[in-house]
Design a protein around this ligand. Structure first.
Ligand SMILES: Nc1ncnc2c1ncn2[C@@H]1O[C@H](COP(=O)(O)OP(=O)(O)OP(=O)(O)O)[C@@H](O)[C@H]1O
Length: 625
């Protein structure tokens, strides 16, 4: 990034963070500013009271003056002790309030990304991680800015005081601050760039750490003895990030060490001069005290200004990621004038749809023409990786087709707001979620209007055949389905969660979808993959009833469960290779008939007499395996 662009980015970040903190905690911000100013002038007041008191001792006046100066010194000393505590409280409260707002706004912006592509982009993920990191502590940024400001005020005060004693010496001390300032800025720039560079390694390290401590991976790690291997990889990533951090720390150590030596030489020289001057009567004892306090004060303030500015610079560079994420435009184009999405009456049509995940990826769909008629069930079958789930993602508009279009009763789905489109769809995805919520909430999130409606939730659970299992849990629908958290229940005892079986989770996912069964389109991507034979039969019988007269799309590798679909489309080589009803496809003797025959043959005993029924009819057209 060029220097002017970087400066513009930092100015933007500074404006955004200021506005954010002001909106989050205006009173605390002003109070923190006042406290910072008081903290800035306190050391100068202490130095002046000390000088005046010492001069008063050497050439005594009325005793009341000395008492007044002592009282003043005590008062500013007290102020100096109390103010940092108040400042710490204000800074912490400011941080909490600003963090709440910053994180809320960040994730509101992330929520506005309607598609999935950004969440699959590692550069974006790194940016999001850094944005989240800087949103977690906006107070640090304010503190750095205020620390630099406070040090500047103290610096001006001490420079004035030092100038009273020796203007030349003041100039030397200030001149020594210029290289320190430039050096610190450069270091902070390097540090911010290094933080960005080590992002991918830190993400990988986080991944291995999570694997090593997660219940989901514990089984395989133990069975396959992967612990040492994963730990090795985690350590390798950590070593590489540590090497970068170490290089940076060493650079800072050398640079800052040189600055400390420079400061020591200047103040040592000054001290010799002022003592000699006092000996020859050129300056007073009070001036010596003021000089010593001013030199220490100027150098500490220069450090404070430089350090604060450098930290601010670095925070602003990192906070730039927050501004970038917040300012990222829509990931999917939205129409300037959105079209209305009519209730589905005719059907959904894919017109010559081509799709690949990016220019670097191969084509997944290569000109798919397909119609999902209203009120009918269409089943989609095909080999692994043939693009079935991809097609579902396009229907939900998680991505736009690379070429071609999808029409909802003739309306291009790119012309309607995505939220409206998705509101018309109910779905069970192949990789459905298992939320660390209680059973009620796990179902109710299928339709948030059911969150306070246990009757609807129970009805959906009954339809998915999971009600009995949930009702039998220790706290029924209020049982936490996770061991990740402890929830305080009505009593004093915390209640740990329970663990469901894979099939029970799948039924919960189905129940979630059933809350939306009145929607225009129901998508069921492998809805029974984890169910036992009886449960599968039961679920599909239930689904058949729910699907009757509704527009649905059913994906399953178990062809017996989709044979009664109104239409079956076979995806192969990125196109629809065959379509028709079960009987038609069997008669074609193509891909579908071959797959169906293969599966059916697995259920027959070549030596046993064939029983009558649906499956035996299919077996009759099956091929020898
Ligand atoms: N997010 C993604 N980024 C890149 N490629 C992807 C992504 N998701 C899927 N693919 C690729 O797209 C192709 C189709 O995947 P998809 O999941 O749609 O197949 P599928 O027919 O649903 O497979 P299965 O029957 O195994 O569930 C595969 O080659 C897969 O590797």
């Amino acid at each position: 990034m060029s220097a002017p662009a970087r400066r513009r980015g930092m100015a933007k970040a500074a404006a955004r963070i200021t506005a954010l903190v002001w909106r989050a905690a205006p009173v605390h911000l002003v109070a923190f500013l006042v406290v910072t100013l008081v903290a800035a002038v306190t050391p100068i007041a202490v130095a002046w009271f000390t000088k005046l008191a010492l001069d008063e001792l050497v050439t005594p006046g009325p005793v009341t003056v000395l008492i007044g100066l002592s009282a003043g010194l005590a008062a500013v000393g007290l102020l100096g002790a109390v103010v940092p505590q108040v400042g710490q409280y204000l800074r912490a409260e400011l941080d909490r309030r600003a963090k709440l707002l910053a994180k809320d706004e960040l994730f509101a912006a992330v929520e506005r990304f309607a598609g999935l592509a950004r969440f699959e982009d590692p550069v974006f993920l790194d940016r999001l991680r850094l944005a989240e990191q800087s949103a977690s502590s906006p107070g640090q940024l304010v503190e750095s800015a205020f620390a630099a400001g406070r040090a500047l005020v103290t610096l001006v005060g001490f420079v004035g005081s030092l100038a009273v004693v020796n203007p030349w010496f003041t100039a030397v001390v200030l001149a020594a601050a210029v290289p320190a300032f430039l050096l610190e800025l450069r270091l902070s720039h390097h540090r911010a760039a290094m933080i960005w560079r080590i992002g991918p390694a830190q993400r990988r390290e986080f991944f291995y750490t999570r694997l090593l401590g997660s219940v989901d991976s514990a089984k395989e790690i133990r069975l396959l003895g992967l612990g040492g291997f994963l730990r090795g990889r985690m350590n390798q990533e950590m070593r590489s990030t540590h090497a970068a951090l170490r290089r940076m720390d060493r650079r800072e150590l050398v640079a800052q060490g040189a600055l400390v030596v420079l400061a020591a030489v200047i103040s040592g020289g000054g001290l010799v001069w002022v003592l000699l001057a006092a000996r020859s009567g050129q300056v007073s004892i009070g001036d010596v005290a003021m000089f010593v306090a001013a030199v220490a004060g100027v150098q500490a303030s220069v450090d404070g200004v430089v350090g604060g500015a450098a930290r601010l610079h670095q925070h602003l560079l990192v906070f730039g990621h927050y501004t970038t994420v917040m300012g990222a435009g829509a990931d999917l184009p939205s129409p300037p004038v959105p079209a209305a999405l009519p209730p589905l009456r005719r059907g959904i049509e894919l017109r010559d749809v081509w799709f690949r995940y990016s220019d670097e990826h191969p084509w997944v769909l290569r000109g798919v023409d397909l119609f999902f008629p209203h009120g009918a069930t269409t089943a989609l079958v095909g080999h692994n990786g043939s693009g079935k789930s991809t097609l579902v993602k396009l229907l939900c508009r998680f991505y736009d087709p690379t070429r071609g279009s999808i029409h909802w009763d003739g309306v291009d789905i790119r012309d309607v707001p995505t939220a409206e489109l998705r509101d018309r769809i109910g779905a069970v995805f192949q990789d459905f979620m298992c939320y660390d919520f209680d059973a009620h909430d796990n179902i109710a999130v299928g339709d948030l209007t059911a969150l306070e409606d246990p009757v609807r939730v129970e009805a959906a659970a009954r339809r998915a055949g999971v009600h009995e299992a949930v009702a039998a849990l220790p706290l029924g629908y209020r049982t936490l389905l996770s061991r990740a958290f402890l929830t305080p229940t009505e009593g004093e005892e915390p209640q740990t969660g329970v663990v469901l079986s894979g099939g029970q989770w799948q039924r919960l996912a189905l129940a979630r979808a059933f809350l939306r069964s009145e929607r225009d389109l129901m998508i069921l991507d492998e809805p029974s993959a984890g169910l036992d034979a009886e449960a599968e039969h039961e679920v599909h019988s239930g689904l058949r009833r729910i699907r009757a007269g509704r527009t649905s799309l059913l994906i399953s590798h178990r062809l017996g469960t989709i044979r009664d679909a109104d239409r079956i489309a076979v995806l192969s080589g990125g196109v629809v290779a065959e379509q028709g009803a079960h009987a038609e496809l069997m008669a074609c003797d193509g891909v579908y008939a071959r797959l169906f025959g293969l599966q059916a043959s697995g259920y027959t005993d070549a030596h046993a007499p064939r029983p009558g029924g649906a499956l035996s009819g299919a077996v009759a057209v099956g091929r020898p395996s």
